[in-house]
Each structure stands twice: as C-alpha cells, then as structure tokens.
Design a protein around this ligand. Structure first.
Ligand code: NCD
Length: 410
C-alpha cells in the first residue's frame, strides 16, 4: 500500500542528488526514481521548483515541559519542530522537575506519543536535579533515554563525571556533556578544558561521548585528535555558531557566539567532517526572561533557512554536507532507520523552497521567538514535512490542529 507520492523534485541527501519522484508506503520509502506512475488514490505532493531532503533530526532541543509552559511545551515544541522540517527531536533534561527520574522521562514519552506529531527521544540527567552533586537514577532512566547530560551546566566534579561515564558505558548509553567548567572565566578555555577532560574520561572508561554545542577551534582540535585515536566520540555545532559571529550579532547564548575567526574554523570543521552533527539547541524564552539575561536562541524553525542562506547559497558548504549533519549523522547516533532518501528507510522527508521570505513574529509556531534573526530575510523555507509517509506540516498547516489526515490538505 502506498501512502504518498512526491513528484518531480530535486532530491538531495548525504550520498546523492537527482531529479525524480519519491513513493512512500505505510511507513518506509518504496521507490525513488524518475517517472514513477501515480498509484490510484494516492495523494501527490508537487515537488517542481522545490528540493526534497531527508527530514531533519535534532539531537539538542529544549521543549521546557514539564515546568516552563510559558516558554514552550511538548505540543508547541513539536509544532515548531514540524515547521522546521524535523521529525525527530531529542529533549534536554533541564525541565522542572529535571528529567532525572523514570517518571519524568515516561511523562515526556507518553505525552509525545499521545500527540503523535514528531518522535521524541529524552535525554536523562547525569546528576540529581542537575545540581552536580550526586548521580541521578541512571539505571532507572536507562530504558527511556538514549543519553545522559546535565545540559545547561558542565559537571565540574571529576570523580562524579568518571562515575557517570563508567555507569553510562555499563548501561550502553551515550554521555552528552555540556562542556563548560563553571570556575573558568575565559569561555573558550572553559570549553577546551572540559572537552579535554571528558575525552580523557571516554578513553579511560570506553563510554560513548557526544559533545554538545562546540564553539571553539580548540575544542574541535581536541575532537580531531581523539577521533584520530579511534575513540567513540561525536560532536555537534549549532546553526547559530556556524552562521553568526559576535561582531555581527550581540545576543546572549551559551556558549557565547564565536568571533569571526572561530566561526570560520567551525564551518571548516563541518566541511572536513570533524563536526558530525548540526543540532539546534532550540532554547525558547519569554521576552521577560530574555530581558533578565536568560541565555538561548529559539532556533528549531530557522535552522535550515539560516544554514541554507549563509552556508549553502554562498558555496561554503554543499547541501549534501548539510544533509549529513542535519539528518544522516544524528539518525545514526540515535540508531534510527532514517537519514537518507532511499528505498527501505523511513519515509521522513522535508520539502524546501529556494524563495526569499522574512522571518517576522508571525513566522513562529514556537511560543517564543527569541532570536537575533527576527526580521531577517532568508531562503530555504520549509514547505512540507513528512513523517513515515504522513504529511505533518504543509504550507502553514500542522497535523493535529489544522488537519487530521493529509488527504484533507493536499
Ligand atoms: C540553554 C537553555 O536555555 O536551556 N541555553 C543556551 O543558551 N544554550 C541552556 C544552556 O546551555 O545554558
């Protein structure tokens, strides 16, 4: 049984580029090629003038639920994700209560399942209440989470981090550090020192490590050295650190925006494959909290447009490399059958347009629009997002609120 046909579209993924059609079945891609015939009764999305990529997978987002529904909740976050072309999101544990117990992880998973919009993969806390004092219930969390992080804080205590790495290795889960020592005033050095320590702990314990939001050339240099030794590590960079420098934008975010020199090194790291993943670090905040200095950028809806406009259009990064960082590598890290437009893989695709648009307040489905890109003219707007053959976002409409069955809107 076929569920959807995308016709006459420029198809780009990490491995290839062609113009053709994509036929999706009940859940997976059935065929990719030119001139596929339209099976009777199957809805068609017209791809002409558009690009189809594998849908994006975000390893690093904050949906603030439970605890801060005025900033975001699981539903508004999922709607924003679908609008941004993401079908899978991994959620950080700095909620209230923190995701440091099986109960909170189960709440997140059950709520996401009830909504049925995007796939959600919680990250469990390393320490109880993210306080950096004692380990969270890592055994209890393990069945529900793919990784452990104290995102928002680095774990300063070496013995505690060593114990966490040992436990995560025994449980077969990834350690996902927020690499920043609290007692070091130079932010670059603070990141580099913690990256070095955590890489060493990885070497000592054999745990798998995924380093959050690297923003310094030194951090990447250390990662390159560790990869050269065959350590089981991956790392991510955010769209804002890749495209905005502190000379250009003055905006509070953790880690701070890089200077132009560092930003160039991050782009080069992505081009050369030292950077595995582009993760949004979607960090919604109310205007009041931003005015009080809360760090963070609401980034899940503009991730692709800003990367496409600032890196792909000027020829700094090929679209296939972007697709690797936004889809293939994060899907591989999560162990998903996704990330390429290929027969047998999940029918998760995103259709984007190369037309200019303005990212004004009305653009956002997130509850928060805290971004230095507000009002910017960008290209690469998402037109449709498809999850396992089901359209979950199309031209401003989101499944669940605006339609139930995609045949209603095509
Ligand atoms: C994050 C948030 O708001 O949750 N903010 C950010 O600037 N990345 C937490 C953090 O990493 O400080």
């Amino acid at each position: 049984m076929s569920r959807l046909l995308v016709k006459d579209v420029r198809i780009v993924d990490a491995d290839r580029e062609l113009v053709g059609d994509i036929l999706i079945g009940e859940s997976t891609i059935q065929a990719v090629g030119a001139g596929l015939s339209v099976p009777p009764g199957v809805p068609v999305l017209l791809g002409e003038g558009r690009m189809a990529l594998p849908a994006f997978v975000d390893l690093h987002a904050h949906f603030r639920d439970p605890g801060f529904p005025e900033k975001e909740d699981l539903l508004s976050g999922a709607r924003a994700a679908a609008h941004g072309g993401f079908t899978c999101v991994s959620l950080m544990p700095n909620t209230d209560p923190a995701c440091d117990s099986p109960e909170v992880a189960r709440y997140i998973l059950e709520e996401a399942r009830r909504q049925g919009l995007v796939e959600v993969y919680p990250v469990g806390a390393i320490t109880r209440g993210l306080k950096g004092e004692e380990l969270a219930d890592m055994e209890g969390l393990a069945p529900y989470v793919w990784a452990f992080s104290d995102d928002g804080h680095g774990v300063d205590d070496h013995e505690l981090m060593l114990a966490a790495c040992r436990k995560a290795a025994a449980l077969g889960r990834v350690v996902y550090p927020h690499p920043e020592f609290s007692g070091v005033s130079d932010p670059e050095l603070s990141q580099e020192l913690m990256v070095a320590r955590d890489l060493w702990l990885c070497r000592r314990t054999g745990c798998r490590l995924h380093l959050a939001h690297l923003s310094t050339p030194g951090g990447l240099e250390l990662v390159a050295l560790a990869k050269g030794q065959g350590l089981p590590i991956t790392c991510e960079v955010t769209p804002h650190h890749l495209t905005l420098s502190k000379e250009e934008a003055c905006y509070t975010v953790n880690p701070p925006l890089p200077d132009r020199r560092a930003q160039k090194a991050l782009v080069q790291g992505l081009r050369e494959g030292i950077v595995d993943v582009i993760a949004t670090d979607h960090a919604p905040h109310t205007p009041e909290d931003k005015a009080r200095g809360a760090p963070g950028i609401s980034g899940i809806e503009l991730a692709f447009p800003i990367l496409f406009t600032r890196l792909v259009k000027p020829g700094l990064i090929p679209l296939s490399r972007l697709s690797r960082g936004l889809s293939l590598e994060p899907a591989r890290i999560l162990g998903l059958n996704k990330g390429l437009i290929k027969e047998g893989l999940d029918g998760d695709i995103v259709l984007v347009e190369d037309e200019p648009f303005t990212a004004d307040e009305d653009f956002f489905l997130s509850k928060s629009s805290n971004t230095p890109l507000l009002g910017a003219e960008l290209r690469g707007r998402v037109w449709a997002t498809v999850h396992k053959g089901e359209v979950i976002y199309l031209a401003g409409k989101v499944k669940g609120r605006d339609f139930d069955d995609h045949r209603q809107v095509i």
